[in-house]
Design a protein around this ligand. Structure first.
Ligand code: SF4
Ligand code: SF4
Length: 192
């Protein structure tokens, strides 16, 4: 059955519904992830039973300036790299592809007494620390369930609510690392 609609008045400009471009969608997802971090994750950090800053089991990716600052290294980078390569450097650091990876010992910037980051809010803080455990990447949300503050169902509901009607939210786990989940969006089918 057809519904008879009035013919639009061509002299009247009717506003077009806003298009959700991929970039705008990615921005919305990034905002939703940041809001989840601020409201749910960060308030839990002081009482976390296994802080990610202890770098076990997590691995922290660092640039040279961060390694130099956190480990208070005064020698030139080439000298430090040689030390690392011969097993004379900090045992918790590995070098690869121009970057460094720390694992197995608490990050030197972690204050155990206050369970807080001593470089919080400073440019030297590695980008990965701000992203963990929930971030937008290429139009999807990636979440790391090794963070005890992240609840898959609650996060999925949070994203669905942030994006509003018009989207269907689906999640999947990484086959190799099942604690990494991806939350993606599909346009909801319009009911006829
Ligand atoms: S694992 Fe999660 S809750 Fe614990 S300190 Fe890290 S971000 Fe905070
Ligand atoms: S830089 Fe700060 S947030 Fe990142 S691992 Fe170290 S203490 Fe934690």
């Amino acid at each position: 059955m057809y519904t008879v609609r009035p013919i639009p008045n061509s002299n009247r400009s009717s506003p077009m519904p806003p298009r959700t471009t991929p970039r705008r969608l990615a921005d919305k997802l990034a905002d939703a992830a940041a809001a989840y971090q601020a409201s749910v994750v960060i308030p839990h950090c002081p009482q976390c039973s296994n802080s990610c800053c202890r770098l076990d089991p997590l691995v922290l990716e660092l640039e040279w300036k961060q390694v130099r600052t956190f480990w208070r290294i005064e020698e030139p980078r080439a000298t430090f790299d040689r030390r690392l390569a011969t097993g004379q450097g900090p045992q918790e650091i590995r070098a690869a592809n121009g970057l460094y990876y720390a694992h197995g010992k608490p990050c030197p910037a972690f204050n155990e007494a206050t369970a807080s980051c001593s470089v919080y809010g400073q440019p030297i803080k590695p980008a990965g620390c701000s992203d963990f455990p929930v971030y937008e990447d290429g139009g999807v949300i990636v979440a790391d369930l090794r963070c005890e503050a992240v609840d898959r169902k609650a996060l999925t509901a949070w994203i669905a609510q942030a994006l509003g009607e018009g989207f269907r939210v689906a999640w999947s786990a990484d086959p190799e690392f099942p604690f990494l989940i991806t939350i993606s969006l599909k346009k909801a089918k319009r009911s006829t």
